[in-house]
Design a protein around this ligand. Sequence first.
Ligand code: ADP
Ligand code: DAR
Length: 379
Amino acid sequence: MYRNYCEQLQQNRQQEKGQKKETKMSGMSSDEQAKLFAKLNEGKSDSLLKKKLTPELYEKLKDKKTKLGGCLGDCIKSGAMNLNSHVGLYACDPEAYTTFQELFDEVIKAYHKVDKVDHPKLNAGTKEQLEKLQNLDELAPGMIVSTRVRVGRSHVGIPFPPCISDEERKKAFDETKKATEGLKGDLEGKFYDLAGLTKEEKTQLVEDHFLFKDDDDMLRDAGGYKNWPNHRAIFHNPAKTFLIWVNEEDHLRFISMQKGGNIKETYLRLVTAIDELTKRLKFATKDNLGFLTFCPTNLGTAMRASVHIKIPKLSAQKDFKEFCEKLNLQPRGIHGENTESVGGVYDISNKRRLGLTEYDAIMEMQEGVKKIIEKEMSL
Ligand code: ADP
Ligand code: DAR
């Protein structure tokens, strides 16, 4: 996996040097951008965008444009229209992290709890380290309903939702479809165009936690559902333990998931998939940021490893959120971000994705979940 990754980094650097710089004007006027900044400052917001985009920094960045024509307004629109955002900032395209670096770096440092924006090289773990991964069903039988580990990836040279055209989204769709052909073993599966699924098929896949929805207002305001459902797709193996989401929030999400608490098996399947797909696709990276994604919370490893776990007693405690925060864990509801828990079952995952390796991230989740199990059993 590491070898493929290094080769790809080298190719990316050569590609960026020779890449023809397309210029595409963003659709947003400077007047609309100014209105968004005013809206952000109208009401109360605890978002990192509100905290970090000072009037002085706005003045400094407001006239800048990325080579693909993206502007600051494209990046702050969601946070300005949704003052209840936690972060509120998205990159209009991969180059936004450079063009608007003074803003993005402050948000990145605050979210990922790092003093310096400096992500380590990809490291899924050595043979010895991987022996430390566990099947937590042996520790707490029946407590973990399911385990899921996912990474985000972006195609080189294709903008993110605020600036992507329908043709560019089709290019990402087609490249991914081609890359899934010929996957073998546990990774072999079928590619389903979202537009070709019936309403019932989609509903069942969403209810079973396998498919994404188009119901996140913050993602909508960031341009995430433009031309929906054109060129959106899901790939999965027959067992639905390996899936790929195409053109949801990110160009790509590689997902390994299964019933129960076998973190080791779930993680190793994803590592194999990433290695295989790295041979077939080129992913956007930046040395100090790792893998580039639409949202700065997903940079670096772009990995979120989660368990759906039954913790009715711990979750009823007043300090539940603080308990998770201290372990660098993020509690969520069980139907996706900003949803509620059901029957005391919570989605518990690593919060940090940048400034640590893939191995560090999965171990941070595993060791944190073990502390959650210990606490739940002690109550
Ligand atoms: P992500 O950014 O990782 O996609 P979301 O919170 O949007 O996270 O979750 C996406 C989907 O994955 C939702 O349907 C959610 O229910 C499902 N999901 C996340 N973690 C798990 C898990 N451990 N087991 C089963 N489903 C999960
Ligand atoms: N609506 C954004 C979400 C930030 C993190 N989640 C992502 N990228 N799905 C917010 O700022 O709350």
